[in-house]
Design a protein around this ligand. Structure first.
Ligand code: AMP
Ligand code: GLY
Length: 427
């Protein structure tokens, strides 16, 4: 079987390495992949957003299956194009990807189908947004750009002045481009955050092991929001009782809501949840695997990933017994100094042989690396993710940090407290 994975980050590397475990998958390709992914798959130099280019190449080269991992090509309809060409693909159609691509759409969906989420209003006119903020008395408040903004289109505003400024920047200043033409202003929720990825074919929904992202750049959840500085799984806040409530009030109702809207979702549906004092609520949906959650969730998956993915595409997920290990996983991200703002690239990475740590059980997922004359160098903000397992979360975290200690590059930045909040919760 020839399988193509679209995308080029740590998440895609984790998917590729899991697919590789199936002996039927004889040829693996990544478009565009990255330097380190090149050790596990043949790289195809087509950007993930070149929908036509990828569909044409996949057809020409006779791909048997394609996994579309990032949000942009999903929202642009890459799965629809592949399906048109008769190539089975993992991921939602553009119509279903709207659950992530438009916050206004997802908020309206939740309201219509009584799925718990923060109270909100949607604005397409800046004057109406200003007026709403002038009347509002409860702070902080959350201002969100409607469209895809690399997870950066969310501003938590502590005062009216901050909120007015945020609305001005998004709706007038064009800070997030067209994504900010429409904004959602919503109630500020509190509580621990949990990520739950799920497999669904529109009839059956199987939640994966829960996880926790670490979005801020610095220890103690300080600093700017990033694409994610590390993750752990399972998330100790997500008890079996809470899992049952989520299945009944959020997961299955969302699957059914998408069916009722004629936008059946097939793929990985990601639930970003907040466990508020009033119960679990949806903070966001993603139409894809989360990054870096995938780097801790997939290593715990015991069932063959390729089998699960094909069942999702074929609508036979019910027939597959999807199981996860009861161990724990931790992923520590090694980033370029200065990320998520300005950072330099091209720094030589030491400690790896063929992209992995020699004599270590930990796995290194490549996010932003390139090969320069046979040498691995940094090529992005998030460079590597080091994932280790353990019988307990504490051991997994310790193993991940011990492994990460073996890698260095100039200016390297990592958080020192991945898993600390989860470990405190478990005590
Ligand atoms: P999002 O891109 O929607 O996941 O938002 C990014 C982050 O902003 C989330 O992970 C939360 O930490 C925070 N956030 C988003 N919406 C809210 C909310 N209504 N209340 C509190 N925090 C929020
Ligand atoms: N980790 C959050 C995301 O993938 O959007």
């Amino acid at each position: 079987m020839k399988v193509l994975v679209v995308g080029g980050g740590g998440r895609e590397h984790a998917i590729l390495r899991k697919l590789k475990e199936n002996p039927e998958v004889t040829e693996l390709f990544a478009a565009p992949g990255n330097g380190g992914i090149g050790y596990d798959a043949v790289r195809v130099p087509i950007p993930a957003t070149d929908v036509e280019g990828i569909a044409r190449w996949a057809s020409l080269e006779g791909m048997d299956y394609v996994v579309v991992a990032p949000d942009d090509p999903l929202a642009m309809g890459l799965v629809d194009r592949l399906t048109d060409k008769g190539i089975p693909a993992f991921g939602p159609t553009a119509a279903a990807a709207r659950i992530e691509a438009s916050k206004a759409f997802s908020k309206d969906l939740m309201k219509k189908y009584h799925i718990p989420t923060a109270e909100y209003e949607t604005f397409t006119e800046v004057s109406a947004a200003r007026e709403y903020l002038t009347r509002n008395q409860r702070w902080p408040i959350v201002v969100k750009a409607d469209g895809l903004a690399l997870g950066k289109g969310v501003l938590i505003c502590r005062s009216r002045e901050e909120a007015l400024e945020a609305v001005e920047e998004m709706m007038v200043g064009g800070r997030f481009g067209a994504s900010g033409n429409t904004v959602v202003i919503e109630e500020f929720l509190t509580g621990p955050e949990v990520s739950v990825l799920s497999f669904t074919d529109g009839r059956t929904l199987v939640p994966m092991v829960s996880s926790m992202d670490h979005k801020r750049a610095l220890d103690g959840d300080r600093g700017l929001n990033t694409g994610g500085m590390g993750a752990i799984a399972p998330n100790p806040y997500y008890t079996p009782g809470i899992a049952r409530v989520c299945m009944e009030t959020i997961f299955l109702p969302t699957m059914e809501a998408m069916n009722a809207e004629g936008r059946t979702f097939r793929g990985c549906l990601y639930f970003g949840l907040m466990l508020t004092p009033d119960g679990p609520k949806v903070i966001e949906y993603n139409c894809r695997f989360g990054d870096p959650e995938t780097q801790v969730v997939l290593p715990l998956l015991e069932t063959d990933l390729f089998t699960v993915m094909r069942a999702v595409t074929e609508g036979s997920l019910r027939t597959v017994d999807v199981t996860f290990s009861h161990r724990s996983a931790a992923c520590v991200v090694l980033a370029s100094g200065g990320y998520p703002e300005h950072y330099e690239k091209g720094k030589v990475i030491t400690g790896l042989v063929n992209g992995q740590l020699p004599e270590s059980d930990a796995v290194v997922y490549h996010a932003g690396t390139a090969l320069r004359e046979g040498e691995l160098v940094t090529a992005g903000g998030r460079v590597l993710g080091v994932t280790a397992l353990g019988d307990t979360l504490e051991q997994a975290v310790e193993n991940a940090y011990r492994a990460a200690d073996g890698i260095s590059f100039e200016g390297m930045h990592r958080r020192g407290d991945i898993g600390a909040r989860a470990l405190a919760a478990g005590k």
